[in-house]
Design a protein around this ligand. Structure first.
Ligand code: FES
Ligand code: FES
Length: 160
């Protein structure tokens, strides 16, 4: 027996797939469910491009076996926007040129989403999230500026 069925929710939708036990969660998302927003770079837990949220916590989906996500609630970058409107973090990254090729961006967005939910400040988010994501393009300045912008906007909205 080399495989079995895994059942999970992804971005609120119920999914079930027959997979080999060795299949990483990133492959389940990309190849079985067609959710190619999650990128795969190093495949060894270093670059952060494959980061998704599993039961609310960020994980490197290249390192987690898909069978470990059985019964879990998975969130990917596809869940951050609807068909017409980008999410707030996506808007901020776009406005501040926090991405160029965009390869690292889905993982960065999922880690930022988690940091925001945890109530981290902009400074704490920058300090804790950015070291876990390799970005070859931006020099991180645009990402830092996007964090500042998004956190300032949500602070302002909360005060109104
Ligand atoms: S592809 Fe998973 S950490 Fe790089
Ligand atoms: S935008 Fe290209 S790697 Fe980050």
């Amino acid at each position: 027996m080399t495989g079995g069925r895994v059942t999970l929710t992804v971005n609120g939708q119920h999914h079930s797939a027959e997979i080999e036990y060795r299949t990483p969660l990133s492959d389940l998302l990309r190849h079985h469910l067609g959710l190619t927003g999650t990128h795969v770079g190093c495949e060894q837990g270093v670059c952060g491009a494959c980061t998704v949220l599993v039961d609310g916590s960020p994980v490197r989906s290249c390192l987690m076996l898909a069978v470990q996500s059985d019964g879990c609630r998975v969130e990917t970058v596809e869940g951050l926007a609807d068909e017409v409107t980008l999410g707030g973090l996506q808007e901020a990254l776009m406005t501040e040129h926090g991405l160029q090729c965009g390869f690292c961006t889905p993982g960065v967005l999922m880690s930022l989403t988690h940091a925001e939910r945890e109530g981290l400040s902009a400074a704490e988010t920058t300090e804790r999230v950015l070291p876990g994501h390799l970005c070859r393009c931006t020099g991180y300045n645009g990402i830092r500026a996007a964090i500042e912008r998004h956190w300032a906007r949500t602070r302002q909205e909360a005060a109104e």
